[in-house]
Design a binder for this molecule. Structure first.
Ligand code: GDP
Ligand code: MG
Length: 464
């Protein structure tokens, strides 16, 4: 059955995504992967859009979009728990290293880039450290291009760039492309991956892509205040060790933890941080085999690997990322590489044919498995989530019975304001127009000019 057929209050588990292209990719990044539990929270009064809860956050889909998600309904009302997948970490140091510094920089200058989902607090952090006043907002799309700032800390000069919010590093949206091109062309010394502490499962998806890229990185566990307030617990030291990236709790709105974050950035830059190691987000035996063989083919021609790591390129080739395909087309080896990719895709499609998933879904599924495995060992959710004000208001204004009457009441109130309260200024304007008219009558001699002024302009504008 389709997700759109599940009624309010019921839960379902994702079986498969239909449709294709950018929208499908976005759904995957948002967490609609096989095995995820979704709860229907609300149907808008005209049954469109529908609000869902998935991976601990809420989002709305149009009915038409929800029709593209195949699910099985959960009949018992007990929550469904996916067995946390085994954390598959490969601990040995990797043999691949993407070139990190393409030109010589002054030893005491650190270039950092802020990368994270929309609304995770990048601009707040940027403003705090650089003393800027860039616009901060709790709606997406506030940051449309990169902002640059500078500051000094502990004897280092920092150049910091605030990048647009993005859910992944593919090529489906202008933001994703922008961030990826920035990483390709500017090669920052240290990436600060800003994540929302209370929504790690989804936020860490982007982190897995950055890990594939194999860049120097520190994670800012932002909005840590909200995590603490909710009562959830996170062993961030252990989580940081598991994924090989140092994690520092921050509250970028107040500046809490930012000094520690910058200290960690300096230690990573100087190569002194103990928690840094290269980890493979293991994609399972079959996918890894394909990634490795494409990776080896890529290594045969170093000219195609200017800045991205071979592993990242190999994964993106399997996902049929058009920009990476065109990067490859410059290589002398491109026909070899692309035919190897097609061969590996065919092999994987054969192996995973009963799952009905394409390469992007298979890879995303493995990545989410990795994340939930790592979180299962380090994160303890709060026992009871407090109802917040928004939920209470929502419960009333979108209620089946109260929704429409409340809507009518609001409309009535608007009309009442217009006519009742509006009648006072209306009166004042009328008086002013009358006064102006009588003044014109007494000062101007009769004639077409007076008629134009009094009846045409004053009368017309006054009427309006
Ligand atoms: P951006 O889209 O990543 O640039 O995020 P913004 O900096 O615009 O912040 C989005 C919203 O989150 C704003 O309303 C901020 O005030 C709020 N915010 C940012 N950092 C924190 C934090 O550490 N704690 C809390 N509670 N709110 C934060
Ligand atoms: Mg911003």
């Amino acid at each position: 059955m389709r997700l759109s057929e599940i009624s309010t209050g019921e839960s379902a588990v994702v079986v498969k995504l239909l449709g294709h292209g950018a929208f499908r990719k976005r759904l995957i990044e948002m967490g609609f992967v096989k095995g995820q539990e979704i709860k229907v929270l609300l149907n808008a009064p005209l049954k469109d859009p529908i609000k869902y809860s998935i991976m601990g956050y809420e989002l709305s889909l149009r009915r038409q979009e929800a029709e593209l998600i195949e699910v099985v309904q959960l009949l018992d009302h007990d929550s469904f728990h996916t067995k946390p997948e085994e954390v598959r970490l490969q601990t040995e140091q990797s043999d691949e290293t993407a070139p990190k510094k393409d030109f010589i920089r002054s030893a005491k200058t650190i270039n950092i880039a802020l990368i994270g989902n929309p609304n995770c607090g990048k601009t707040s952090l940027f403003n705090f450290v650089s003393g800027s006043r860039e616009h901060v907002g709790n709606y997406s799309g506030v940051t449309v291009d990169a902002k640059e700032g500078h500051f000094n800390y502990n004897g280092y000069q920092f150049n910091i760039v605030d990048l647009p919010g993005t859910y992944s590093l593919s090529c489906y949206s202008p933001e994703e492309l922008y961030v990826r091109r920035f990483l390709l062309n500017e090669t920052p010394d240290v990436i600060v991956n800003v994540v929302v502490s209370s929504n790690l499962e989804r936020n860490l998806y982007l982190t897995t892509e950055l890990i594939d890229m194999d860049r120097s990185m520190v994670i800012a566990l932002n909005m840590y205040d909200e995590l603490e307030r909710s009562g959830a617990k996170l062993d961030y030291k252990l989580l940081g060790e598991m994924i090989g990236v140092p994690m520092v709790p921050t509250v970028s709105r107040t500046g809490q933890g930012i000094d520690q974050l910058l200290d960690a950035v300096i230690r990573v830059y100087e190569g002194e941080h103990g928690a840094v190691r290269h980890v493979h987000v293991n994609l399972g035996h079959e996918l890894e085999q394909s990634v490795n063989s494409i990776k080896n083919a890529l290594k045969a021609d170093p000219s195609v690997l200017p800045h991205f790591s071979p592993r990242y390129m190999a994964i993106k080739l399997l996902e049929r990322d058009t920009e990476i395909d065109s990067l490859i087309s410059r290589s002398m080896q491109h026909s070899n590489i692309l035919s190897l990719r097609d061969q590996e895709t065919a092999r994987l499609e054969h192996i995973f044919s009963d799952s009905g998933n394409d390469m992007s879904s298979l890879i995303a599924h493995e990545k989410y498995g990795f994340i939930s495995g790592a979180l299962a060992e380090t994160y303890t959710p709060a026992s009871q989530q407090a109802e917040n004000t928004t939920h209470i208001i929502d419960a009333f204004v979108t209620n089946k019975l109260f929704g429409f009457p409340l809507f009518m009441l609001v409309m009535w109130f608007m009309f009442w304001c217009t006519f009742e309260i509006g009648s006072y200024p209306q009166e004042w304007i009328q008086h002013a127009v009358d006064w102006l008219n009588s003044a014109i009558h007494s000062y101007f001699p009769a004639g077409p000019f007076k008629d134009l002024l009094a009846d045409g302009i004053i009368g017309g504008v006054g009427g309006v």
